[in-house]
Structures are given as C-alpha cells and as structure tokens.
Design a protein around this ligand. Structure first.
Ligand SMILES: [Zn+2]
Ligand SMILES: [Zn+2]
Length: 534
C-alpha cells in the first residue's frame, strides 16, 4: 500500500468519525497523521512497526492502524464505520464544497443519502433553510454535482492514448489482411473523449475479442476497401468541417484513401486534428495549411519547474533533456514566494538560482537557459516580488494559483492588472481549469486577449493534458489581435516535457501558425523579445 493510499484511508476514517460526531481530538490526530504520511519521503510499507511508531506525528495507536492497513488493506474500525454510514453518504463527501460536517447535517436533518438525492434537494430549494447553508452554498453544490455527473464516462485524451494504441495494434496483429483506423474525436485528438471509435473492413468483428486494460467504450464501424477512405474522412471530420467541404467539393464517396480525396480536389492534406472548422478548409484552398505549427517546429521550452520549487529534477538535468530533443533554449520558471505549499522561491533563493544558471550557461552555450519565474498573481492582481527582484528575470510568467473562486468581474480585473504589469511576459494557464475536475474561473476572455495585445503579453497554452488552457477555441481571437501563443508543458519532471505534444494538438485545432507560436522562434528572436520587454 502506498503512502498516499494510507493517507487516504486515515482521512476517510477521520471523516467518517466526524460524520458520526465522534471525539474531536481523535479526528484531529488522524487528520494530522494523514497529512504527514502524504508528505513523507520514506515508503511506510518498507518500515518496521517500531520505525513507523517513531515517525513524527504518528504515535502508537495510529501506527497500529497503519500496520493493519499495510497487512490487510483495511482496518476493523473502517469496516465497522462502513456498516454505520450508507455508501451514498460517503460519496457525498466527494462533492466539492461540502465537508463531513455539512454532509452530516444533510444526512441527519434532511435524510439525504446520495449525491443524486442531494441534487434533487437543491432543485427543490431545500438546503436554503438549513443552518450554515443558504442560497449561495446550495447553488454551488448543485453546480458541482451537475459538473461531476456530466463528466461520467469521459476521458482525457492523454488518459486513453496508450489503451487506444493497445486496442488498435491487437486488431491489426490478429487480422493483418484487414484495414483498421481510429475515427471520430480520438482521431481528431480532441482534449476530451467519450469513447474510442474504430473503422474497419473486417465485417464480423466482435468487440469481446478485444482485451482491455482500461474499461472504455469501444465502437466498431464497418466499411469496404473501395470506400474506406471516404468513410474515414467523413467519420473523422466535425460536422461543420464536413458540411463546408461537401458544399464546395461535392459528396465524398468511393475513395480508397483520404489522400485520394485531397488530391482529387487539388488540396494539401488536412490533418484530422485540424478538421474542426471551415477555416482550416479555407486555409488549405489558399495553400496556407502548411503554416500550422507542428511538433518539429518547436525550438525551445518555457515553463519548467525544478528542485528549487516543486519539480523533481535539477536545472541541469532539465536543460540537458531539452537540449537532447534538439532544441535551443529552456526557460526555468519555479514557483514564486507566495506559493509556499510548492516551496516557492524567496528573493534570496531567486538570486542563488540565477547564480547557478549563469554557471550552467557557460557550459551549455550556445544552448541557452533563461531565468524566469512563475509568479503568483496575488489577490489584488500584483506580482509576487518587488521591482528590484522582478527586473532580474529574463521573463516572467504570471499565473493565478490561489483564491480561485472569483466572479467574472473580479477575475477579469485581477488578470488585467497582472497583464498591465510591465514585468509580465506571459500569462500562465489563463482560467485555472482542470479538465473533467475543475471549471476555471469565469473571464471576459475578449478583454483579456485585448489587454495582452495592448501590453505585448504572450498567452500560454498550458500543454498539461489536464489544463490545455488557453482553450484552443480562443486562439483565433488571439491571432486576430496579434497575440502570440507559447506552448508550455508546465513540466515538473523530465517526462513532463513531453506534454508539449498535447499542446501542439490543441494549438492545431485552434489553427495556430508557426509564425505566431512564440517558442517556435529562433533563439536570437527570443533574446531580442526579452530585451525589448524587460
Ligand atoms: Zn501554475
Ligand atoms: Zn507551473
């Protein structure tokens, strides 16, 4: 059992005890221990009972529970608690915005025993009268339940990528004579996927032949060798794109390959990820489709965390990894001082890091390591250091990490103030969203884009597959205003650098050109830009 699973079980025990109004001291010590275990470096399941007892904040009785968890996967106490609390009530604790105290009230005073019942009670306006709740809380709870219900059966692209490859290669190996291809949202590399669709020439394929590693909805569509290309094209395009294509070029039928369709119409091949809007077709007709950014165009990487804050590797190792990809520069951006939970850098440690970068640059040249920071945007919109520190960075990414609950006016004004700060070079993960788990704060996006244009601020497309923030649907508006986009992995490890590819897929949907992609630029252009802006 991992430390984080042990921590979860201790926390669950504490929450269930709180639901049942048990001894507050016992609850508190369980919560403390859970927190400690989660942060612990040594794996508890490699320690002896005596060693566990000696870990600070754990003590005799909790050490015994941990031991029981490691030995049996659960505890007698948890099993007993489960008999007292209905499963639906436990699930209610997962609804954002309500802790065990509020769940206990809903359960005991209103008899609500599941998230579904809770949603119903919100719709009936029954929470308003309850002590400690009120209209605002009710609206928030309702929104959170609806959000999690609407996300059931959905996956992030990155979550199912490997499984999709597993399924396709199984089929290809088993029936080498037949054709197989992804179609639909997965082939277009959409950020969220509801299931996997595969087109094949094999007529009597049974889904049960496939061995799954991940439970996922698989849909098989059947085509013919003569019409495989047409079906592939039609089933991989968005409705808007297909309608625009057929309106101009006639119905797509009887093509053996997609390449044939494009060649017949004297068009360059349009990658599936681009087949969202009619605009991609217009670009192809004008011969401009090759201007869209591709992974091979990326020249350097910004937004990289290191051991200085919450990253897993050293500056040197991250830089070497980027260099090994054939790229020419890296921009180090650890967290700023207010992000204390992420070991954010004090002014003193900033200077220490700069010294280290200066040294490394000597040996890495002509590869360049830029001195950056991911500065928190404070609640009032200001950046996280005084001017004498800010001016020492080559560039600054400004991001919101705390107080994410804001109305649209507050959020817009807070961001605009940061954008107007002369030291801000890039706006990080614009809305703070986490796909399928957290909606971002609301923004007047057009105003934000215009402020970036007016202040020469680059907008980040955060390439972490959970974020993909700025949303690709807003990229056209950025391009219209002349705002450049930087595709940043927000890497916390060497493996995290590879997330850039997810950013590329999203950027392609937004029709980002190589020319407007900041980190597709050559090193001397980047240096010139930083000199001009700081
Ligand atoms: Zn961040
Ligand atoms: Zn970051």
């Amino acid at each position: 059992m991992t430390n984080s699973e042990i921590a979860d079980n201790l926390k669950l025990t504490a929450n269930l005890l709180e639901l049942l109004d048990d001894n507050p001291f016992k609850i508190k010590s369980l919560l403390n221990a859970s927190f400690k275990v989660d942060k612990l470096e040594a794996d508890l399941d490699t320690l002896s009972h005596q060693e566990i007892e000696k870990v600070e904040g754990i003590g005799k009785s909790i050490a015994a529970k941990i031991n029981e968890l490691i030995q049996t996967g659960t505890t007698a106490e948890l099993q007993e608690l489960f008999t007292k609390v209905p499963i639906g009530v436990i699930q209610m604790m997962d609804v954002k915005g309500i802790g065990p105290k509020k769940v206990a009230m809903l359960w005991k005073n209103l008899g609500i025993e599941s998230p579904g019942e809770l949603l119903y009670a919100c719709n009936e306006n029954r929470l308003v009268e309850l002590k400690g709740f009120g209209e605002k809380t009710q609206t928030a709870i309702k929104k959170n339940i609806e959000f999690s219900l609407s996300n059931q059966g959905k996956y992030l692209y990155a979550e199912i990528e490997e499984e999709a490859e597993n399924i396709l290669s199984q089929l290809q190996k088993k029936y080498p004579q037949e054709q197989f291809s992804y179609i639909g949202a997965f082939r277009r590399k959409n950020e969220i996927i509801e299931g996997l669709e595969i087109l094949t020439t094999k007529t009597d394929l049974d889904v049960n032949e496939v061995e799954f590693n991940v439970p996922i909805v698989l849909e098989i569509k059947v085509s013919t060798p003569q019409g495989f290309g047409s079906d592939l094209f039609k089933l991989s395009s968005s409705v808007e794109f297909l309608n625009a294509f057929e309106a101009k070029h006639g119905a797509v039928e009887n093509n053996v390959s997609e390449e044939e369709i494009f060649a017949n119409n004297k068009l360059s091949y349009i990658m599936p990820s681009l087949r969202e809007h009619a605009t991609a077709l217009n670009m192809a007709e004008k011969g401009n489709i090759n201007a869209i950014v591709e992974l091979k165009d990326i020249s350097g990487i910004f937004h990289v965390h290191t051991k200085f804050s919450d990253g897993a590797s050293t500056i040197k190792d991250m830089a070497a990894a980027v260099q090994a990809k054939g790229m020419h520069y890296i921009g180090i951006t650890d967290h700023s001082r207010s992000a204390f939970y992420a070991n954010g850098l004090t002014a003193e440690r900033v200077l220490q890091q700069h010294k280290e970068i200066d040294e490394l640059n000597k040996s890495f040249a002509p590869f360049k390591i830029f001195k950056g920071i991911e500065s928190d945007i404070l609640n009032d919109g200001s950046l996280d250091y005084e001017e004498d520190i800010l001016k020492q960075f080559d560039f600054v990414i400004a991001s919101v990490h705390s107080v994410l609950k804001m109305d649209i006016e507050k959020a817009t004004n807070r961001l605009i103030k940061a954008i107007e700060n002369p030291y801000t070079t890039m706006l990080g993960h614009m809305t703070g969203r986490l796909l399928l788990s957290r909606e971002g704060y609301p923004l007047h996006t057009q105003k934000i884009i215009e402020a970036c244009a007016a202040n020469n601020v680059i907008i980040e497309l955060n390439a972490n597959p959970y974020r993909l923030d700025i949303d690709w649907r807003l990229i056209i508006a950025c391009l219209e205003k002349g705002v450049q986009i930087s595709i940043n992995p927000d890497a916390h490890s060497i493996a995290g650098l590879n997330d850039v590819k997810y950013g590329i897929y999203a950027a392609q949907k937004g029709l980002l050109t190589k020319e407007m992609c900041f980190n597709a630029k050559a090193l001397d252009n980047i240096e010139a830009h930083f000199k001009k802006t700081l």
